[in-house]
Design a protein around this ligand. Structure first.
Ligand SMILES: C[S@@+](CC[C@H](N)C(=O)[O-])C[C@H]1O[C@@H](n2cnc3c(N)ncnc32)[C@H](O)[C@@H]1O
Length: 272
């Protein structure tokens, strides 16, 4: 039976691969690369660099799987995603049966960690062919963000919620969470929250040479983030950014006093 590995490769820094990921990369005979066609040159190059740097075993192959077009005008977002996943699954299945022997080992390089806002596992689950699945965790952009800002993700005994820009824009802050991580936000949804007492820790292109970091009270830094983001996006043609919103008040842990060690939103760090 075939083995398929979904390998978390970190969110941009080729040094953030785990030893387990490197072992898996070296066991894979055929890498399947779904091609989304967008953001392509930079992300494809980074994936390529990871393979070059970590795979010592010669003779591996790379098979690209062009993605079917996505119907962005479809009525329901969820239905559209499910339909797109089904159509992608059909193509993946075809590529796997044509390019990987019955006992072969195939791999999918998954940006960040496979468990977080990524469809690889959901698509693999739908395949009709038998295979053994291996999942290798990766450093997610959330971990890269908190490490670069030198902060913990949660406060003492506190809850953290991870959500999307789309949900934040539609429903506002989730109830009950004092710390909210926002991903997939193309529209700076944090702008609607500048009247609240919130610190933001924002990071773009984390782990790459183009990394940008801004932290501070939301009302003070929101417009700077919007501006920097727009400039960077225009310059590179794409952007990936993630941020943590740390709320204050309502029985939440208060701001720490500024210290010399960094980590507080008062110490702002800026990229190049
Ligand atoms: C489709 S999700 C994939 C998340 C990925 N599985 C992870 O573990 O980080 C893409 C979103 O992840 C975030 N992201 C991924 N890589 C990033 C990076 N290098 N810097 C900042 N945000 C990143 C952005 O919010 C982006 O919109």
């Amino acid at each position: 039976v075939r083995t398929l590995s979904a390998i978390g490769i970190g969110a941009g820094d080729p040094e953030q691969l785990t030893l387990q990921a490197v072992r898996a990369l070296n066991a894979v005979e055929v890498f399947f690369v779904p091609d989304k066609g967008e953001q392509a040159p930079d992300l494809a190059r980074m994936r390529h660099e990871i393979c070059e740097r970590h795979i010592e075993r010669p003779g591996y192959r790379i098979v690209e799987i062009p993605d079917p077009p996505r119907d962005r005008g479809a009525a329901g977002y969820r239905e559209a995603v499910h339909d797109w996943r089904r159509r992608r699954g059909e193509r993946w299945e075809q590529a796997i049966t044509s390019h990987l022997g019955e006992d072969g080992h195939g791999g999918f390089l998954v940006w960040g960690d496979p468990s977080l806002y990524d469809s690889t596992l959901a698509i693999l689950e739908q395949l009709q062919i038998p295979f053994a699945l291996e999942v290798i965790p990766g450093i997610s952009s959330v971990q890269a963000l908190t490490a670069r800002h030198r902060i913990a993700l949660n406060r003492v005994g506190g809850a953290v919620q991870i959500t999307t820009g789309r949900r934040l824009a539609a429903h506002g802050l989730p109830a009950g969470a004092g710390d909210v991580v926002v991903m997939l936000d193309a529209d700076c949804a944090f702008r609607a929250l500048v009247d609240r007492d919130i610190d933001i820790y924002w990071g773009a292109y984390l782990g790459t040479p183009h990394e940008l970091l801004i932290a501070g009270p939301l009302r003070e830094v929101a417009s700077e983030i919007v501006e920097r983001r727009a400039q960077a996006r225009a310059a590179r043609g794409w952007i990936m950014d993630t941020y943590l919103l740390r709320l204050y008040g309502d029985g939440l842990e208060p701001r720490p006093r500024p210290s010399g060690g960094g980590g507080s939103a008062r110490s702002r760090v800026l990229g190049p």
